[in-house]
Design a protein around this ligand. Structure first.
Ligand code: IMP
Ligand code: MG
Length: 176
């Protein structure tokens, strides 16, 4: 898998610095309250792993896996759950951990699903935000980086399941 020629948008050090800043802010906002992180598989797992180790809170972690219908580079709005939460989130402070907020279809669907479980509160952190592509009116409470309309891979993000292991976020051009 050749990736050295892919332009770096965010290098590993820049990401690490921003993840620490987000963790400081989240730790302050939830001080004294147990927090349940809900990671969205698969893209958010690398970000979640780095973030959770910087939080100075009582934390539990759960995952939800969703599949969106569409091609490899965009979602069409039709989403289904392929792995549900393991534990109830009723009455719990929940922070959804997303890799990237693009059109917003995925998060809008997910927010509806999670709200139905009656959490005490529901917020979201996304590593990346592409607001220029938004089709649904959703916002993340915490955003790592706002990026332009480019397709990115690495640090958990894939193209056709490839590139998730890259330590930095790189731009993949000329995709269909
Ligand atoms: P949305 O439903 O359009 O907001 O898309 C969210 C999902 O689409 C993310 O969780 C990613 O899996 C995928 N996605 C959107 N943009 C990118 C990108 O630039 N690179 C890799 N995956 C992306
Ligand atoms: Mg994906």
């Amino acid at each position: 898998m050749a990736y050295d020629d892919l332009e770096i948008l965010l290098d590993a050090e820049t990401i690490a610095r921003r993840v620490r800043e987000l963790a400081v802010q989240i730790s302050a906002d939830y001080r004294g309250r147990p927090l349940c992180l809900v990671g969205i598989l698969k893209g958010a797992w690398v970000f979640l792993a780095d973030l959770v180790r910087q939080l100075t809170l009582e934390v539990t972690v759960d995952f939800i896996s969703i599949e969106s219908y569409g091609d490899n580079s965009t979602t069409t709005g039709a989403v289904k759950i392929t792995k549900d939460l393991d534990r109830s989130i009723e009455g719990v402070d929940v922070l959804v951990v997303e890799d990237i907020l693009d059109t917003g279809h995925t998060f809008e669907y997910l927010r509806g699903v999670l709200e139905a479980h009656k959490p005490r509160s529901l917020k979201a952190v996304t590593l990346l935000d592409k607001p220029s592509r938004r089709a649904r009116p959703v916002l993340a409470d915490y955003v790592g980086f706002t990026i332009p309309d480019v397709f990115v891979v690495g640090y958990g993000l894939d193209y056709a399941q490839q590139y998730r292991n890259l330590p930095d976020v790189r731009i993949l051009r000329n995709i269909s």
